[in-house]
Design a protein around this ligand. Structure first.
Ligand SMILES: Nc1ncnc2c1ncn2[C@@H]1O[C@H](COP(=O)(O)OP(=O)(O)OP(=O)(O)O)[C@@H](O)[C@H]1O
Ligand SMILES: [Mg+2]
Length: 331
């Protein structure tokens, strides 16, 4: 296994603020690492250190085999960076912006124009290419930004919150483009606050909080840390809740719990879809009317909340199950 990115013990302070408190990261070549964390957890600081824009206070890191502190030019030659805030010039057209980036990469005028045209085409921006980007939508700007970071054909790409502020459709479009780049062999380090984005794109995920790594693993590994599947049954009548729980208890892997407000019974299960059939049969035999039933896998929201406890601090409703808190918290 070849590592495209390796960081060991990175620390960084800004005045009294500890932005990074000893971060270790490894990203295998051709894979996507998702850096997941809330505002201020240190995501951008990590990206800026790895992209040689700032220096760590201590620790070491290499990108593409080059040391980020001592071989900055070599590092810059192999990376592309799409920052959290757009790097493109408002007053130029999309094409002019890309050509400018090309010239910054020392391409000839001809090659810069050729590369710009290729990228505009690839990112579906050909029609808007000669318009000022002041009139571009958020999604178009993000695509142009990503296109700009690809001018130098980087092996390693840093994407700092590539889809923040995009509507669901533009986000999906961006995901598709990122997946394409990865399938061509690009290594990606992506920061995000969106759990489903990390879930969708990342081979491995590092969860950050207050400058510390609080968990790492594949999405499935992280999810299994918070427990397995559960069945959620919504009954028609509140008066059926207790009886429902009692009837299905034997089917679950742990006792059922009741949430009166939502008329829901939650049953932890191990046998997934077989368990759901058993539950339906049992309730039907006993004339209990089911308003809704679903098998829920733990989401990364559940993982995040159980690891950071942030929501627990904010909302004292400790008796509600974690997943439900998670879904509310995201809104
Ligand atoms: N240049 C700076 N000067 C002072 N403090 C900084 C600077 N850059 C970052 N910080 C602080 O370091 C911490 C980590 O910031 P960072 O930008 O890395 O977080 P982030 O995870 O990218 O957050 P966000 O999701 O809001 O982009 C924060 O407390 C931030 O206020
Ligand atoms: Mg940031």
């Amino acid at each position: 296994m070849t590592l495209a990115i390796k960081a060991t013990g990175l620390t960084k302070k800004f005045g009294d603020v500890v932005a990074l408190n000893g971060i270790d990261i490894e990203v295998e070549e051709g894979t996507v690492l998702g850096l997941l964390g809330p505002n201020g957890s240190g995501k951008t600081t990590i990206v800026r250190i790895l992209a040689t824009l700032i220096q760590a206070d201590s620790g070491s890191a290499s990108v593409g085999g080059f040391n980020v502190a001592t071989q900055q030019d070599d590092v810059r030659n192999v990376i592309g960076l799409t920052g959290q805030y757009a790097a493109v010039d408002e007053y130029l057209t999309g094409r002019e912006n890309l050509e400018l980036f090309g010239r910054l990469f020392h391409l000839s005028k001809f090659d810069a124009a050729k590369r710009a045209a290729e990228l505009l085409d690839r990112f579906d921006l050909s029609d808007a290419a000669d318009r000022g980007i002041k009139g571009y939508s958020g999604g178009m700007r993000r695509r142009l930004d990503l296109a700009a970071s690809l001018i130098g054909r980087p092996n390693v790409l840093f994407l700092d919150e590539p889809t923040t502020g995009l509507d669901p459709r533009s986000r999906q479009g961006m995901w598709k483009v990122i997946e394409e780049l990865v399938s061509e062999g690009t290594t990606v380090l992506l920061t995000t606050q969106y759990l489903e984005e990390a879930d969708q794109l990342a081979n491995r995920i590092v969860v950050l909080d207050h400058g510390n790594v609080i968990a790492k693993g594949t999405s499935n590994e992280l999810k299994s840390q918070v427990g397995g599947d559960r069945i959620e049954i919504v009954v028609d009548r509140v008066s059926d809740l207790a009886k429902t729980a009692e009837l299905i208890n034997g089917i679950g892997s742990a006792p059922a719990t009741i949430e009166e407000v939502t008329k829901t019974v939650l049953l932890p299960v191990s046998g997934g879809s077989k368990a759901i059939v058993d539950v339906v049969r049992k309730l039907d035999e006993n004339n209990i009317v089911i308003a809704d039933i679903a098998l829920r896998r733990p989401t990364l929201d559940d993982v995040f909340l159980s690891l950071t406890g942030h929501i627990t601090e904010a909302t004292p409703t400790l008796d509600t199950p974690k997943g439900r808190r998670g879904r509310k918290a995201r809104r």
